[in-house]
Design a protein around this ligand. Structure first.
Ligand code: PMV
Length: 315
């Protein structure tokens, strides 16, 4: 028995970190994918193969003993083997064109494609069940996950998301182009999220004000997207970046990259947890090539991405 699914990576346009505390965020699925193939095998072992390495463990192995990047997939496989009293094991193969650990949603896309592929070995499944399982799996490595990343990787497109209200597609889809620049510094989402928790504990009143400001910013950004106002949207991007800097998730390298990207684009900011990872620069056809050229000239790895509208694909 075999089953295969793929899901796109993502960028967070607005609202990372604050979204954990209930504010709104805007996310966009990108045209880079991860594919997970699952097959049942007679031997009672879960084997997971990916670019990050190969692991093979008995389904009863404790999660704490499984290496972090592949732990969510092991969790899904072991849970479903037990739930369906499956006699035997599983071979899971992951292939990806999303860079790992730089805030582009490789782990969420893997959780979504993995939940879909592994569920597909046992039953017909719906998107809600996949999402629930994917978020649960992501929480095995990032316990405070807002669920935003898995949601956009599952449904695709551009969306407004809040933990308490859920998501709403933003229509019509924006016409901007996104340039991503990689700092080449890997980050741990869980560690950066813990750092922000520390900032919040020390600066309770200020953090509350910032959460309200982020909500307003997201509302403004949605209006600018709808009005195709790139300059207004760029101002929102820059404002969001200054809040991310204040909560301590930027660093010297990212600030340097942002300064360079700001010189040609409408605005740029961290995307994802920060303290490494990627920044994005907001462009349209008039300035995208200039932004790519300027970043490259400064020795920064960069590439443009489009919006993925498909989301999860069950192959
Ligand atoms: O995993 P990353 O680096 O894309 O960041 C996730 C976004 C956060 O808001 C920092 C965490 C979350 O669960 O929403």
């Amino acid at each position: 028995m075999k089953s295969e699914s793929s899901a796109p990576g993502k960028i967070i346009l607005f609202g990372e970190h604050f979204v954990i505390y209930g504010t709104k965020a805007i996310l966009c699925a990108i045209n880079r994918r991860i594919t997970v193939r699952a097959e049942t095998v007679p031997r009672e072992m879960i084997t997971i193969k990916s670019k990050l390495g190969t692991i093979s463990h008995n389904p009863e192995t404790k999660l704490a003993d499984i290496d972090a990047p592949l732990r969510p997939i092991f969790h899904i496989a072991s849970k479903l083997i037990k739930r369906h009293t499956h006699k035997g094991g599983m071979l899971i193969t992951i292939s990806s064109d999303i860079p790992h650990g730089v805030g582009l949603g490789s782990s969420s896309a893997c959780c979504v494609a993995g939940a879909s592929a592994i569920l597909g070995l046992f039953k017909k499944h719906d998107r809600e069940e996949i999402l629930k399982l994917a978020i649960e799996a992501e929480k095995t490595i990032h316990r405070n996950s807002s669920g935003a990343d898995c949601t956009v990787c599952l449904y695709g497109g551009v969306m407004e998301y809040s933990k308490n209200v859920g998501f709403a597609e933003i229509n019509p889809a924006p016409e901007f182009t996104i340039v991503l620049a990689n700092s080449d510094m890997k980050h741990s989402t869980g560690d950066v999220v813990d750092g922000v928790k520390g900032f919040r504990e020390k600066n309770k009143a200020r953090f509350e004000v910032m959460c309200k400001a982020e909500d307003h910013l997201v509302n403004d950004a949605i209006l600018h997207i709808k009005n195709k106002d790139m300059i207004g949207l760029g101002v929102c991007v820059k404002k969001n970046q200054s809040m991310l800097k204040e909560i301590g998730v930027s660093n010297e390298r990212l600030e340097e990259m942002i300064k360079i990207a700001d010189s040609t684009s409408y605005g740029s900011k961290i995307t994802g947890a920060g303290d490494g990872g990627c920044i994005f620069a907001l462009n349209d056809d008039t300035n995208m090539q200039d932004t790519l050229y300027t970043l490259e000239k400064n020795g920064i790895e960069c590439f443009s991405v489009g919006i993925d509208f498909k989301g999860l694909d069950t192959i």
